[in-house]
Design a protein around this ligand. Sequence first.
Ligand SMILES: C[S@@+](CC[C@H](N)C(=O)[O-])C[C@H]1O[C@@H](n2cnc3c(N)ncnc32)[C@H](O)[C@@H]1O
Length: 311
Amino acid sequence: MTTLPRTQAEPKRTKPLAVAAKGGRGDARVWVGDCRDVLPTLPEVRNREVRLVFADPPFNWNRAYDQWHDAMPDKEYLDFTYQWLDLCVGALATNGSLWVNIPDDWAAEIVVHLKQRGMHMVNWCIWHYRFGQNTSQRFINSKVHALYFSRDPFTRVWRPERVLEVSDRRAIYGDPRTESKRDGMPAGLRVPMDVWYGRYWGRVQGNNKERRAGHDNQLPEVYLERVILACSEKGDLVLDPFTGSGTTGVVACAHGRRFIGVEYSRANAERAVERIRAGMVRKGTASAPTSTAFHPPRQGLKGKRRSADER
Ligand SMILES: C[S@@+](CC[C@H](N)C(=O)[O-])C[C@H]1O[C@@H](n2cnc3c(N)ncnc32)[C@H](O)[C@@H]1O
């Protein structure tokens, strides 16, 4: 690992602390520390055993992350970003995938860097939410980029049939062509589009049942459920270098994956482990096909659309 001057306080422990959640809720280990220090020490990382990395790093927006100082100079933030990205790429199995959740500010630099590291971009998805920070100075932010890269585009784990949605053709028009699909997908269903929104896809705020105390940046369970079901198999090892409230871990374990997380704040890490033990709130949302159509069904199709949604 490159050593650069750090503005962050060094974690109190030089040796990573493992917080085990083995047993009832699968196999999860959350390590406390800077992921740049912890990842190189993990045998699963050194042996490239990780099938799926999901990374939702600090955005450098000066947010309160318990311990992490979220306001680095840009150059330092980019150096930090490239360091953890390289470690994550190095952890991946040959058929492994890497997802990064990142705002407009840094998406371009990350895409270029991953391409330079030989990774293949599979999708540049958008997570769209309706409650962005209000402003009158520019257009209101209502999205984050969900960047999907693989080491090998041909052998990557890809199981979209687990996360299908109702096609607009069926939901709006009741088009009979959707009933005899030639792409191998079931009648009326399609692989989700690359812009993600809908019920339970909003930012986790207010009295949302998923909400965990002390976390402003918690991702919705359905987002991780779509990624994990489509890009990993039961028993696979999933890594999240920025565990936060533990969304990746709770979804991974609820679906029979093994999980390694790293979290800079010990308090966050402990809460994430509690959450993994408690289990998901909305398990199965990503695999229950619903419609995200903007338009209501055409006259006379209301019954059909309802039955498609209920499948
Ligand atoms: C955007 S939040 C992750 C939120 C998470 N996806 C969730 O759904 O709860 C980023 C987290 O990374 C942690 N963090 C920041 N820098 C870190 C580092 N260098 N190593 C490990 N964790 C770090 C922060 O403390 C924060 O909890």
